[in-house]
Design a protein around this ligand. Structure first.
Ligand code: V47
Length: 391
C-alpha cells in the first residue's frame, strides 16, 4: 500500500454533477450506480481521471505491472458462429479459415513463440463440439509437462459452461477436473454486457449474464481466481454498463475472487454487428476508452487491479491510461488473433524493452508480475538504453 496522498480538491472539479461524486469520494463514501452514471455522462474527463489516478495511487503508488504472457487459441470453430454478431474470430467447422489444433500443433504454437520469458499461457477458443474435457485436459497436462513453471489461465466461463453441457457434468466437476489437469485461473472473457436486451442483440445464444456470474462464483468457491471484462462501445446504454459493473462488484463483495477488471473496446471490422451498425473502420473513441478505465477504477472499489489491453486500444492510449486509474498493462501477448480478425491494427506482441519504455516514459515504475500479481522483478538486465523518463 502506497503512502497517503492528498485527495484531489472537489472544488477544482469543473462539472458540478461530477463535483458531487468527487465530494463523496473524498469523504470515503461508496459510489452508487447513479454516481457511476454521472461519471459516464460527464464531459469532464480530466477531473474524472484525477479521481481515478488518486484511487490507483492509493493502492499501487507509482508501480505499473505487466506479465510476460502468450496467447494460444486452439480452435476457432464455434457453435455460436451465426449468433455472436460482434465476433470476427469464429468459424463453422467447414468454413474457410476454420481450424482445430491437434495436440502437436498446440505444442508447436507454444514453442514457436517461446522466447524463454513466458510465464503465463492465456488459452481461449471457440465453442467447438470437438473441444471437450479430454481435449483441454490433454492440452493443459502437455503444456505443464513441457513448461512446468508456466501458469495456465484458460477458458472463459462460456467455454466452461459449454464443456459442462457437452460432457453432461456440473460446472463444479468440470472446473475440478481441469484444475487437476493444470488449469490455474480463468480469464475474464465472454462477459460482453450482461443485460438481456443487449445480449439478445449481440450474442443471442451465448451464456446468460447471470450464468456467467454463476460460473465465476463456483470457480471462486473452489479457490480458482478469475478475471472479468466488459465489451463496450457497441449497442449498450450507459445504464447497461453500470448494471454490468454492479453485478461484478456484487460478486466481488461476496467472494473476493476476481483478480482484475479489463474493459474491452469493441472492434467493428469483419463482423456482422459492425456491418449492421455501419461502423466498419470506426473503433471506440480515446475519450470513451479512458473513461471506461477510470470509472472501472472508481466504481469497482473492491478490485485491486485494473488492466488496459493495449492490443485493443493501442499502446499510446494504454500508456495514457496509466494516469487514469490503470495499474496493469496486458503483457507481451504474442500472436494475438481475436482482435486482429476484428480489425485491430496494433502489433501481435510487444517486447520487454517496448513495455519498459512505455511505462517509464509515463513516469512510472515497471514491475514484472506473476499471474497472481506477485511482483517478480523491478530491475531488468540489461536495462534498455536511452529510455526517456518523464520528470
Ligand atoms: O469475450 C471478441 C472480446 C473477449 C471482439 O482475462 C472482441 O486477462 C472487441 O476476454 N472486438 C476475449 N472485442 C478476450 C478477453 C481477455 C483479453 C485480455 C485479457 C483477458 C484476461 C481477457 O474478446 C471476448 C469478447 O469480449 N471480443 N470479438 C471484437 N470484435
Amino acid at each position: 500500500m502506497a503512502a497517503a496522498i492528498a485527495y484531489p480538491d472537489p472544488a477544482g472539479v469543473a462539472d458540478p454533477t461530477l463535483r458531487r461524486v468527487a465530494e463523496k469520494y473524498a469523504a470515503g463514501e461508496r459510489l452508487t450506480g447513479e454516481d457511476a452514471l454521472t461519471m459516464f455522462r460527464s464531459p469532464d474527463l480530466l477531473s474524472l481521471g484525477r479521481l481515478a489516478d488518486h484511487a490507483n495511487r492509493a493502492r499501487h503508488g507509482n508501480v505499473v505491472t505487466f506479465a510476460a504472457n502468450q496467447h494460444i487459441n486452439p480452435t476457432n470453430v464455434c457453435i455460436l458462429r451465426k449468433t455472436c454478431a460482434f465476433c470476427s474470430f469464429a468459424r463453422l467447422p467447414k468454413e474457410d479459415g476454420a481450424y482445430h489444433y491437434t495436440l502437436d500443433e498446440v505444442w508447436a504454437e507454444a514453442a514457436a513463440a517461446d522466447n524463454g520469458l513466458t510465464r503465463e499461457f492465456h488459452i481461449v477458443g471457440g465453442l467447438d463440439m470437438k473441444a471437450g474435457l479430454q481435449y483441454y485436459s490433454d492440452i493443459f497436462r502437455g503444456l505443464k509437462q513441457r513448461y512446468p513453471h508456466v501458469h495456465i489461465k484458460a477458458l472463459t466461463a462460456v467455454e466452461i459452461a459449454h464443456i459442462s453441457r457437452i460432457e453432461k457434468m456440473p460446472v463444479r466437476d468440470v472446473l475440478i477436473a481441469l484444475r487437476e489437469a493444470g488449469l490455474d485461473t480463468l480469464p475474464g472473457g465472454g462477459a460482453e454486457v450482461f443485460g438481456n436486451a443487449v445480449r439478445m442483440t449481440i450474442a443471442e445464444k451465448k451464456l446468460a449474464g447471470s450464468d456467467w456470474i454463476d460460473v465465476h462464483r463456483v470457480a471462486h468457491q473452489l479457490g480458482i481466481r478469475t478475471n472479468c471484462t466488459m465489451l463496450y462501445g457497441h449497442v449498450e446504454s450507459l445504464q447497461d454498463r453500470v448494471d454490468h459493473l454492479t453485478m461484478l462488484r456484487d460478486l466481488q463483495d461476496e467472494t473476493g475472487g476476481f483478480l482484475a477488471y479489463i474493459p474491452l473496446a469493441y472492434h467493428p471490422d469483419h463482423n456482422e454487428l459492425g456491418r449492421e451498425l455501419g461502423r466498419e473502420g470506426t473503433a471506440t473513441t480515446g475519450f470513451d476508452d479512458l473513461r471506461n478505465l477510470a470509472v472501472g477504477r472508481l466504481f469497482l472499489d473492491n478490485f485491486e487491479h485494473i488492466k488496459t489491453h493495449w492490443i485493443m486500444v493501442t499502446t499510446q492510449l494504454s500508456q495514457t491510461a496509466l494516469s487514469f486509474g490503470v495499474n496493469d498493462l496486458e503483457g507481451t501477448v504474442v500472436r494475438e488473433k481475436i482482435y486482429h480478425e476484428a480489425g485491430a491494427e496494433t502489433a501481435q506482441s510487444m517486447s520487454l524493452d517496448e513495455i519498459l519504455r512505455l511505462i517509464r516514459s509515463a513516469g512510472k515504475t515497471p514491475a514484472e508480475r506473476d499471474s497472481f500479481y506477485n511482483i517478480l522483478r523491478t530491475t531488468f538486465d540489461p536495462e534498455p538504453a536511452g529510455v526517456p523518463v518523464a520528470a
